[in-house]
Design a protein around this ligand. Structure first.
Ligand code: HEC
Ligand code: HEC
Ligand code: HEC
Ligand code: HEC
Ligand code: HEC
Length: 215
């Protein structure tokens, strides 16, 4: 008797089952990938070419962020300091330290220190520091307690939903512009009322339309 269905069909249920399983695994991987800190990069803390410590320089010596990150209030891009900024002190302080050898080398050769970038948005997303730092969003809200970090680690996901969560209810995050670089800022009890009033008087309207962040 001729076979009506080829032998292959017999394996169809098995294949379907395998397919379902694979699909399931894929869905799990997908969810795992998109929601895990690995994807959002929270905790990413690459080893830097110099053991520069924010805990020492900010937490203990008390330097303001803008001593080194001079552009944060007037440009989209926040700069990492040039070697000259380090040498303001280190031409006199710890001049023999081996930990500072790469800094002295950079100074001598004029080759910049190759700091490894920690925070990075994809190119298709626009971000400006100055618009945030001039409208009451503190460094701490996006970068965490930098003053306690021996090595800089990414504190927030920097994902689209994270951006938009704040854009929908900025009153929960704003602080006076004079406190932008303060670490461990203590929100006063009535801060929500004060922020709501400020949002109206200064017409603070963070965008939620796609084209504001993607052109
Ligand atoms: C004495 C100079 C100095 C001061 C003051 C300073 N920083 Fe930095 N900062 C650096 C250097 C150098 C790097 C690059 C190396 C590193 O990541 O540690 C850096 C890196 C960073 C990064 C990571 C940049 C990236 O690659 O994504 C953030 C965020 C940052 N600083 C925030 C702050 C904040 C907030 C303050 C104030 C509370 C501050 N810094 C004060 C020198 C400084
Ligand atoms: C305002 C002055 C000042 C500036 C600017 C400064 N430092 Fe320092 N730094 C110090 C002091 C003071 C110490 C040492 C504290 C101590 O005695 O332990 C130090 C210590 C260090 C050490 C540890 C040295 C060791 O032997 O333990 C490193 C590394 C370092 N700084 C890197 C940098 C880098 C990189 C920059 C520029 C981004 C920088 N510093 C800018 C004041 C400064
Ligand atoms: C609203 C959130 C937000 C605030 C507020 C904010 N940052 Fe950032 N910062 C970011 C994001 C996002 C990036 C990555 C930008 C990119 O890849 O284009 C970044 C990058 C940086 C970098 C790395 C620049 C580079 O290209 O290497 C430094 C340094 C930095 N921020 C310092 C600061 C300091 C200092 C303050 C406060 C004065 C501050 N930031 C406030 C979100 C913020
Ligand atoms: C903690 C709160 C907060 C977070 C987080 C935040 N923003 Fe904002 N954003 C604001 C505020 C406040 C403004 C100012 C609105 C105004 O000036 O009316 C703003 C303004 C903007 C603007 C408008 C710029 C302009 O020229 O008008 C863009 C674009 C923007 N944010 C992008 C982002 C992106 C991208 C992220 C995430 C990587 C982000 N923001 C995260 C609070 C936040
Ligand atoms: C406040 C800023 C902001 C607004 C408004 C915004 N996006 Fe995004 N979007 C981002 C950022 C930042 C990323 C990058 C996220 C990351 O790297 O994880 C992103 C990523 C994306 C991606 C890449 C896929 C993904 O999920 O990572 C798509 C697609 C996208 N946005 C579409 C949109 C559309 C459509 C709208 C309007 C409904 C919109 N965005 C509004 C900031 C914004």
């Amino acid at each position: 008797m001729p076979q009506i269905f080829s032998r292959k069909v017999n394996s169809l249920p098995t294949l379907t089952l395998l397919g379902t399983l694979a699909g399931g695994v894929f869905a799990v991987l997908f969810v795992w990938y998109y929601f895990s800190p690995k994807f959002t990069d929270v905790g990413y803390a690459p080893q830097q070419p110099v053991e520069y410590s924010h805990r020492l320089h900010v937490g203990q010596l008390g330097l303001d962020c803008q001593y080194c990150h001079t552009n944060v209030k007037n440009a989209n891009h926040s700069n990492v300091p040039a070697t000259q900024t380090c040498m303001n002190c280190h031409s006199q302080v710890r001049t023999e330290s081996l930990k500072l050898l790469p800094v002295r080398e950079s100074w001598a050769t004029g080759e910049p220190i190759e700091w490894i970038k920690v925070h990075k948005l994809p190119d298709y997303a626009n971000f400006s520091h100055s618009v945030h730092t001039n409208n009451g969003v503190g460094c701490e809200s996006c970068h965490g307690r930098i003053d306690q970090m021996e090595i800089v680690a990414q504190a927030q996901p920097l994902s689209m939903s994270w951006c938009i969560d704040c854009h929908r209810s900025p009153e929960q995050f704003l602080r006076p512009n004079s406190e932008i670089t303060t670490m461990g800022y203590d929100y006063p009890e009535d801060f929500l009322t004060a922020n709501l009033a400020r949002i109206v008087s200064e017409d603070i309207q963070p965008p939620t339309n796609c084209s504001a962040c993607h052109y």
